[in-house]
Design a protein around this ligand. Sequence first.
Ligand code: GLY
Length: 332
Amino acid sequence: MIDRREFLKKAALATVGTIALSKSSSSFLQEETADLGKSKQTEELIPVVISTWKHGIPANEAAWKVLQSNGRALDAVEQGVRVPEEDPKVTSVGYGGLPDRDGFVTLDACIMDEKGNCGSVAFLQNIKHPISVARMVMEKTPHIMLAGKGAFDFAMVNGFKKENLLTKEAKEAWLKWKKESKYNSKKSKGYDTIGMIAIDKAGNISGACTTSGLAWKYHGRVGDSPIIGAGMFVDNEVGGAAATGKGEAVIKMAGSFLIVELMRNGKSPQEACEIAIQRIVKKQSDHKEFQVGFIALDKKGRYGAYSINKGFQFALFRNNQNQLLDSNSFLI
Ligand code: GLY
């Protein structure tokens, strides 16, 4: 159990850790203060797009094109996350994703707009862009989530192409893993989901989240990414949040919804991300064994990011500048 004094000590140390950030994070230094993320941001904060990990940089670029041309945040996040979905080098999202223990690439994704509309697909196979299927579920059906064969059939009827998503490299990695077939969540790969939140020039917010999930997972396993409120959540009155890392840990505490509710109750995006991570640390005693990272934006365009373990990065695009930033973490 972590008491408040310990939490504040860690938060202070984590903030000191910010000093060691890469050059690209200089504006983060200017913007974030030592008192747990109370923002002093003065630049033009909107439009803005934030996304998880290094693959957020090219994803943000695609999203920014939409935002710059007065496009809708919903289109921005869809176009943004399609970039890693089709990049075979990104082994945790879409095409090129590492398969489950039986050699199947199975995809999860969700999307949500400024009106609270949302769509989701889970355990979807052979479709390169699950995010676009999720959007179609949102726009063309009375439902929110389609899974497995039903999601695939829906995609086929709506013009998507059936494709093999298992690349040669991913298959080789799977065959190598199969020799031992050890399922060790500490060493497992493939948690590097892309979550993205954007606010457009009209001030409207949307979010998207897409992943191939945990590598070597049980066939049929679904993570947090397609679950509205866990992998991603937005509320146009408040802001939005998205998660990356061990989906099971995020689902247990409805991570993205929690962050939005904390912001609704007056916390800054940074404070909200830190409290959500602290909740996992407090309630999940094995937290040192896995990673979870959160990103958040509030309605004003202020951002936050925080993770359990060090090493989490996120990409922030605004004021015509796309930056890869190091998140602070609870464990340092
Ligand atoms: N956050 C991705 C997953 O656990 O599937």
